[in-house]
Write a protein that binds this ligand. Structure first.
Ligand SMILES: [Zn+2]
Length: 216
């Protein structure tokens, strides 16, 4: 496209000022339209099979699958830091959390796949935020995704917030009350037996289970 513009510019500049002006306008329009249609960063297709086979081996980071629509994952559920009810400094969090909890919850770390306390946990009750004890998920939201981390198809209304991960590819999920990092949420992976076909991929260490009847 740029070569076309250069040719157009060079052929028009020798005739009169008007074509030159037109070409500049055209160039401006082309640049604008080019930026509008610039492709999004390439995304690696999600593969359930590779996720299953990676369990317990090289899967040391959260699942890297990507949803078909990032916007639909964010719609109306974005985390608002100004509404957090539990705010502390890093120094205060360090006195409350273990070093590993601090690494995951406050520094957005990821526990190793298949090692979390709640990966295969199926008892009835409520999963609270390990940092501020706000109820986040119930056992009725939990399902076995086989990914190596606890998976939930939904959360207690208003408890979990979302925002675009700095990696530009995933949607991070956090506790809305304290901003603690939970993991990431994915959509459209083919979990058809769940109501929303969404998977909240959560670090066990970000959660604290409280046994009960499973209602928040
Ligand atoms: Zn919290």
């Amino acid at each position: 496209m740029s070569r076309v513009i250069v040719r157009f510019l060079s052929s028009s500049s020798s005739s009169s000022t008007f074509p030159l002006l037109s070409s500049l306008v055209l160039r401006s329009r082309l640049q604008t339209s080019t930026s509008l249609v610039r492709p999004l960063p390439l995304r690696r297709p999600y593969s359930l099979f590779s996720k299953f086979t990676s369990r317990g081996s090289k899967a040391t980071t959260a699942a890297t699958g990507n949803s078909p629509s990032t916007a639909s994952l964010l719609a109306g559920q974005e985390h608002d830091p100004s509404k957090m009810s539990q705010q502390k400094t890093d120094q205060e969090w360090r006195t409350i959390l273990s070093p590993e909890q601090f690494r995951v919850l406050r520094q957005k770390g990821t526990e190793r796949a298949g090692t979390g306390e709640y990966d295969k946990h199926s008892a009835k009750g409520v999963y609270e935020c390990a940092a501020c004890h706000t109820p986040l998920y119930t056992s009725s939201h939990k399902f076995d995704s086989g990914c190596g981390w606890p998976a939930f198809f939904d959360a207690i209304p208003g408890a979990v917030g979302r925002h675009a991960d700095p990696d530009g590819m995933r949607i991070e999920i956090v506790c809305n009350a304290c901003g603690g990092h939970l993991g990431h949420v994915f959509k459209g992976e083919g979990f058809r037996h769940t109501p929303a076909d969404e998977r909240h991929c959560v670090n066990s260490i970000s959660l604290k289970f409280q046994p009960g009847d499973g209602d928040a």
